[in-house]
Write a protein that binds this ligand. Sequence first.
Ligand SMILES: *Cc1c(COP(=O)(O)O)cnc(C)c1O
Length: 362
Amino acid sequence: MTRIYNFAAGPAVLPTSVIKKVQSELLSFQNSGMSVLEISHRSSLYTDMVQEAEADLRTLMDIPANYDVLFQQGGATLQFTAVPLNLANKANCIGLIDSGHWSQRAAEEAKLVGKEINIIASGANSDYTQLPQEIALNQKYDYVHITTNNTIEGTMYCQLPDVENNLLVGDMSSNILGQKYNIRDFGLVYAGAQKNIGPAGLTVVIVRHDLIGQVSGLPSMLDYAKQVTKKSALNTPPVFAIYTAGLVFKWLLELGGVDAIQKLNEQKAQVLYDYLDNSKLFKAAVAKKTDRSTTNIPFVTGDAALDARFVAQATENGLLNLKGHRLVGGMRASLYNAFPLEGVQELVRFMEQFEQTVGDNK
Ligand SMILES: *Cc1c(COP(=O)(O)O)cnc(C)c1O
């Protein structure tokens, strides 16, 4: 097999050691004679496994005892519905920090279930190449929604904005476990697993216990209180995705946890940003250094045809999935936790070569 690097934004690269572990025990989980793909979610094989995964996640993110951890399905997108249904129950109004596509999707879905949205800050005037500058809090909101990392636009909050006494809810889909945040700063955090945690099919929700169970009559699958009571197994849970996520948690603990991986992520991102900032051909889409994401790095040449040629040649050279999101074009390198440093170094070498060739042909 030829060596490739997978720069996909999600589903994304997983640690090779985790995939090997999955392979090695796929036929017989815990010497049960059954595959993890076959075990019952009512068996102790499953309940022990899920308890361990939760305990490891609690350690990694320093989750206090008064927060529940849920393993859900439906992706981050279903949480765009579940969060407002459970938490926007007093003012019926959500303060939205509009930092790009995914925050707008969160707003659209909240409106569909009858919630009012107030945009309290927006990155629109910079075309979302910067995080929103100022926050205007005109009333008390049920919560303020923030997207901690903007997967498509390539901006990221290193420090959370001050939302005064409002409850903060975070969509952390693309930088959970890659960037350190204090869970106590949030009422709720959610993340689809397929970017920085594991396979698609699992969504992690972390919610402060006193916030749930305040609304009656919700569809059961969307009712956090019911999900907590049933330990996320109200229906058949995504056993395989939880199992794989659990292995990723162990891998991360062995590496030294979120602090250690964040340093590595910063180092990886720096390699690419340094090159982009000195290149005459390529340019980072996000110029403002303090707003730059470490996990998703969009860049352009400024010429769509040249961008396409670059992506095609990169692909031929084993640098896969560098095409930018269709909404913004250009290129995007996603450097999630499991993405190796050598892959970024290889990308930069290739970009140097490409830049050289283009220069020679001018
Ligand atoms: C990918 C992504 C989503 C959508 O996730 P699904 O799990 O596919 O629903 C939402 N928010 C952010 C920030 C994302 O990166």
